[in-house]
Ligand binder design. Structure first.
Ligand code: BG6
Ligand code: MG
Length: 225
C-alpha cells in the first residue's frame, strides 16, 4: 500500500495513440523505399514507431547495400517528410481515435494534467488540426528533444513541464521504444496495441476506447484522489 501514489499526469504519445498517423508514416516510408528499390514491410515498420525521422531512415537502410552520404540521407528524410506532410493535410477532428476525447475529459474533470510527448516534429501541427489544444497542458515534440525514444528525454521534459514527478505520471504509448523510454524513468506504462509488439507494457489495451480511470488506477497501483 505504501507504494501507491496519486496520479497527477498522463503523458500521451501522439502518432498511433491519439490519431492514426502511423499509417501515413508507413505509406510515406514505403513510397521512399520503393523509389530507392529497398525492401520494406509492416514488420520492419514496427521498429520505426516512436523513433525519430533519421533513426527511422537508418533502420530502413539496413535492407540496402548501397552506401549513402549524410547529405543523401538528409534529402531522403526531407522527401519522406514532404510526402507525409501532404498526407496529413487532410486531418480533421474526425480523425481523433475513438475514446480519446472521453478519456481526456475524464482526466480534466479529475484534475489530472495531460501532455503530448511525441518524437514528431509535426506534433503541434497535428494537435492544431485535430483541434485538441484545449485538452493538453503541454506539448513536447521532436523539435524540443535532442535524443530520440527509447531515450527518455521527451517524457522527462513532459512531466517536468507539468510540475509533476515520474512516479505521479503514466505514459500511454503504441511503440515498444516509447514504453522502454518511460520505464527507464520508472513511469508506469499503458500500451495501446498488440501484445506481440508491446510485451513490455505494464498494462495493455487493444485501443484507447477501452481505457478509463477505473480500469487503470488500481492496476497500476495508484490511489484515487
Ligand atoms: C513518431 C512516429 O511519433 O514520430 C515515428 O511514431 C516518426 O514513426 C517520428 O518517425 C518522427 O516524426 P516526424 O513527423 O518528425 O518525421
Ligand atoms: Mg506512436
Amino acid at each position: 500500500m505504501e507504494d501507491k501514489n496519486i496520479l497527477k499526469a498522463v503523458l500521451f504519445d501522439l502518432d498511433g495513440v491519439i490519431v492514426d498517423t502511423a499509417k501515413y508514416h508507413y505509406k510515406a516510408w514505403k513510397w521512399l523505399a520503393d523509389r530507392e528499390n529497398i525492401y520494406f514491410d509492416e514488420i520492419i515498420n514496427e521498429r520505426l514507431k516512436g523513433v525519430s525521422r533519421m533513426a527511422s531512415l537508418e533502420i530502413l537502410l539496413e535492407e540496402s547495400d548501397k552506401p549513402y552520404t549524410q547529405q543523401e540521407k538528409e534529402s531522403m528524410c526531407t522527401l519522406k517528410n514532404n510526402q507525409y506532410l501532404k498526407m496529413i493535410e487532410v486531418l480533421t477532428p474526425e480523425d481523433i481515435l475513438e475514446g480519446v476525447v472521453d478519456f481526456l475529459k475524464e482526466l480534466k474533470s479529475n484534475g489530472i494534467k495531460t501532455a503530448v510527448c511525441s518524437a514528431s516534429k509535426s506534433a503541434k501541427y497535428i494537435v492544431d488540426r485535430l483541434q485538441l489544444n484545449a485538452y493538453f497542458d503541454w506539448i513536447v515534440d521532436g523539435n524540443d528533444v535532442t535524443r530520440p525514444k527509447p531515450d527518455p528525454e521527451v517524457f522527462e521534459i513532459g512531466y517536468t513541464k507539468l510540475d509533476c514527478r515520474s512516479q505521479e505520471s503514466i505514459v500511454v504509448e503504441d511503440a515498444f521504444a516509447g514504453i522502454e523510454a518511460a520505464q527507464i524513468l520508472g513511469i508506469k506504462t499503458v500500451g495501446i496495441g498488440d501484445i506481440k509488439n508491446l510485451s513490455n507494457a505494464d498494462l495493455l489495451f487493444k485501443n484507447i476506447k477501452e481505457i478509463n480511470l477505473n480500469n487503470i488506477l488500481e492496476r497500476l497501483d495508484f490511489f484515487r484522489r
